[in-house]
Design a protein around this ligand. Structure first.
Ligand code: ADP
Ligand code: MG
Length: 328
């Protein structure tokens, strides 16, 4: 006999139970009951992954489980929040238990790395779409926003840029370039990004503003600048790039992919000058690199500059779901 909806939920999502003491009621009731610690603010974020829009059909189920949580953890990281609870709404074209098993393994493996409990969700039938919602805490009044940057602040990014954009070209067979090792690395950066949660927590008291990079550095820095009422200069020859990225791109593609490619899930932070030496010091204890890529400017423009001072003109930047007619 085919397994019931409730059986499915129980088998793949409920059976693990909860580990956190702040979960009074988890999966199985009409709602979850959760306790926010004294003196903390609750941070909530949600993100949807739709097949053929956010990920290609070839994406392994395990990777989707990981990524649906990772993209939300990345938002919490940018807020400087400590993750706590998740909910998960799944729309599936059919019941495929192999798929569900791999998906839930990917999801729970990352959840346990970050001490996140799954406390509820929903399942429906339809075109494949995954929505996770994540909750976390910041000390009351603390954490980071997009809006705090001031002229003169240094712009830093974690990790390397553009890897996932090349990974997407590999995943969709638009390029066949690269060694086996390079391809595997770039695909892992697309499929299983590592959210910079500990970096967000370590840097939240030193940064004046932060954003996570989902649409490409150029578009996301523009969001940060708009929220802060400022502009920025980005130093394109200083962008942190992986060896695999360099191996698979020529110099003309390089800037465009690193600035315009989405799905990086790195953090971009605005660090006031007086905190710069403390942050450079702290950077040595992080798991990933931290690189200054520019500076916040009073002039509300976003400019891309080469080392010799000449300007780099970026063509198109940032994915938009509802672009107006005639817009690129
Ligand atoms: P309701 O009919 O009240 O919406 P459901 O049958 O949708 O309840 O869900 C039953 C329980 O299972 C609820 O506690 C819900 O939060 C949980 N749940 C449903 N789908 C998921 C899922 N994909 N992941 C985790 N929990 C889920
Ligand atoms: Mg329901």
């Amino acid at each position: 006999m085919a397994i019931s909806e409730f059986g499915l939920i129980q088998r793949y999502f409920g059976a693990r139970g909860t580990r956190r003491a702040d979960v009074s009621v988890g999966i199985g009731d009409d709602g979850a009951v959760l306790r926010v610690p004294e003196g903390q603010d609750l941070v909530v974020t949600t993100d949807t992954l739709v097949r053929d829009v956010h990920f290609p059909r070839s994406t392994p189920a395990h990777a989707l489980g990981h990524k649906s949580l990772a993209v939300n953890l990345s938002d919490l990281a940018a807020m400087g929040a400590e993750p706590s609870w998740a909910t998960l709404a799944l729309t599936l074209p059919k019941v495929d238990e192999d798929w569900l098993k791999a998906f839930s393994e990917g999801f729970f493996s990352l959840a346990s790395d970050f001490n996140v409990d799954l406390v509820g969700g929903d399942i429906a039938r339809g075109p494949l779409s995954i929505t996770a919602q994540l909750h976390g805490f910041v000390p009351r009044g603390g954490g980071m926003r997009r809006s705090g940057a001031r002229p003169g602040d240094r712009l830093y990014v974690t990790g390397t840029l553009g890897d996932a954009a090349i990974g997407l070209e590999l995943a969709t067979n638009r390029t066949q370039r690269g060694s086996t090792m390079e391809r595997a690395y770039l695909l892992s950066r697309l499929h299983t990004p590592l959210p910079r949660v500990s970096e967000g927590l370590a840097l939240r008291d030193f940064a004046r503003a932060a954003i996570d990079l989902s649409d490409g550095l150029a578009a996301d820095v523009a969001h940060l600048c708009r929220a802060s009422g400022a502009g920025a200069s980005i130093w394109v020859d200083k962008l942190p790039l992986s060896d695999a990225f360099r191996a698979l791109t020529d110099t003309t593609e390089r800037y465009r992919m690193a600035l315009g490619g989405g799905d990086d899930y790195e953090l971009c932070l605005a660090i006031p000058a007086e905190n710069q030496s403390a942050v450079d010091e702290l950077a040595r204890s992080l798991d990933c690199s931290l690189t200054q890529v520019g500076i916040v400017e009073r002039n509300k423009k976003l400019r891309f500059l080469h080392d010799d001072g000449s300007e780099y003109k970026l063509q198109k930047s940032g994915y938009q779901h509802f672009r107006r007619k005639g817009e690129r």
